[in-house]
Write a protein that binds this ligand. Structure first.
Ligand SMILES: [Zn+2]
Length: 48
């Protein structure tokens, strides 16, 4: 069996480093499922 690389679309929490794959794409979670941070997609030292 050939070895291939499968890339999944998922999310990574910038706060705790937790990575997860949503069951529904496009359903961007509001908070990290692990640390419950609403700023999981906002890198540190970056202000909007
Ligand atoms: Zn997190």
């Amino acid at each position: 069996m050939a070895e291939i690389k499968i890339t999944l679309s998922g999310y990574k929490c910038e706060r705790c480093g937790h990575k997860w794959v949503p069951k529904k794409l496009g359903n961007n979670p509001r908070v990290c499922p692990k640390c419950k941070s609403p700023y999981w997609d906002v890198p540190k030292k970056v202000k909007r």
